[in-house]
Structures are given as C-alpha cells and as structure tokens.
Ligand binder design. Structure first.
Ligand code: PHE
Length: 244
C-alpha cells in the first residue's frame, strides 16, 4: 500500500524521502508551532525516551533536547526544509508511534504518508488538486474529495480530508492537511540561520498533508483489525507476502 501511494505521488513529480523514527522534541513539536505546555500537544500522546542517542539534525549537526518516538511524519517537513531550498514536492512515508489504548482501529504503531509542496504561488487549490489526483488514482473516475476545516498548529487554514470510495459507498477520512503556517517557515529560517545558511522561505507558500496508510490497506485487503499488522501472527502475515 505504501509503495502504491508513493508511486502515485512519484508520477505527479514528488520525490520520496525518509526521516528518523527517534526524533527530537524540537522537530516533532516546537518547530511545528506546538510549544511545550500548549494544549495542542494533547493531540499526540507521546512515547518519551530517556537519555541521548546523539541524534543528527538535517545537515548532520548534533541535535540537543528531549527525545521521543515521532508521533507523526510532519517533523520531516522541518528537516527537509532546513536542508533544501524551494521549490520542491516531497512525500515522506514512515512509521509513527502513539502512546494510546489500542482497539480494532487504533494501534500504537502505524504508518503515515506526509506530503509537502513549497514554492511561489502555491495555494489551497493545489492541495485540493493533489488529493483529487490521489482519489482518482486509488478509486477511479467516480471518486471525489471532501475538505472540512479543522485545527492543526502547523497549518493555516487547516483541513481534514476524505475520499469517496465508490465500491464501499462511503467517505474515508484519510487525514489532515492545510497551508504551511508562517511560523513553521520562520522556525525553519531561524534554524538555517543558526547553521549559517541564508533564509529561503520568505515569499513562498506551501501545502502539507498527512494520511494514515493502514486504513487504506484494511479496506483494500479486507483486514478487520489494525492490530493484525503488528501482531506478528504468521497465519496473518503469510497471506500478504510481497504485497504489503
Ligand atoms: N501530522 C498530522 C497528524 O498526524 C497530520 C497533518 C499533516 C495535518 C500535515 C496537517 C498537515 O495528525
């Protein structure tokens, strides 16, 4: 499923990049406009790590601060922007971790696909176009997309989006999206400055999205419980050799 999603975006001109699963508080939260003690942090129940692993920053520099298991793939937005100059289109597939109760639709480990497009004149219309292309590629000409306003600290405006699944006859809530918040660009340029790099994010705009991968795989392959993915039962896994 992940390969298929990445393939769809590759064909739309996106480059696929990956980031670390052990992440610093700075990239996972602060740089994304989620400061300590801000109630928005409650949106992501976090596995905190003890000690220091000598985490590398986007340009190989040493990263200080508390470590955690990334709660989303959005920290790669910051890492990528620090090390590159716009325009660009990227997707970031990867595992994410949430410290929460599990049930048939919630698991402490799952996968997301992040998208980030930055350049001059990028608008919400480009975001809608990207999700529309995804819907077409996944479910064909009868699919459609829906956006509803929602709050995420690192986008403004923010949206949750759903894709119409014609065979199932229902809307699939796939994830969050929005226009990159100016504070994220400012945090990136401030970090670049500390590394001696010139600012690169003035006068540009961008959109970002993040979607859950397991949900799509569960529908495609009729998997009734998300916990099967990491349950390690061979009877389950053998059915998907080379597929998932
Ligand atoms: N990172 C958000 C989450 O995991 C999803 C998201 C990504 C929202 C990009 C907006 C933009 O909940």
């Amino acid at each position: 499923m992940e390969r298929e999603l990445v393939g769809i975006f590759r064909s739309l001109g996106y480059q696929a990049v990956e980031g670390p699963e052990v992440e610093s508080e700075f990239f996972n939260f602060d740089a994304l406009n989620i400061p300590e003690h801000h109630p928005a942090r409650d949106m992501w129940d976090t596995f905190w790590l003890e000690g220091s692993l000598g985490l590398e920053g986007p340009l190989g520099e040493e990263v200080r601060g508390r470590l955690l298991l990334r709660t989303h793939t959005s920290p790669m937005q910051v890492r990528y922007m620090v090390a590159h100059t716009p325009p660009f289109r990227i997707v970031v597939p990867g595992r994410v971790f949430r410290f929460e109760q599990t049930d048939a639709t919630h698991e402490a480990v799952f996968h997301q696909l992040e998208g980030l497009v930055v350049g001059e004149g990028i608008t919400m219309a480009h975001l809608k176009g990207a999700i529309y292309e995804l819907a077409q590629a996944l479910y064909g000409p009868h699919s459609k997309v829906r956006f509803q306003p929602i709050y995420f600290p690192f986008v403004e405006p923010g949206a949750q989006f759903a894709i119409w699944w014609p065979e199932g006859g229902k809307w699939l809530e796939l994830g969050g999206a929005g226009m990159v918040h100016p504070k994220v660009f400012q945090a990136v340029d401030a970090y670049r400055e500390r590394l001696g790099l010139p600012p690169a994010y003035q006068g540009v705009t961008g959109f970002a999205f993040g979607l859950g991968v397991e949900r799509l795989a569960m529908l495609r392959y009729g998997i009734p419980d998300i916990r099967y993915f990491f349950g390690g039962r061979l009877k389950v896994l053998e059915q998907f050799r080379g597929v998932l």
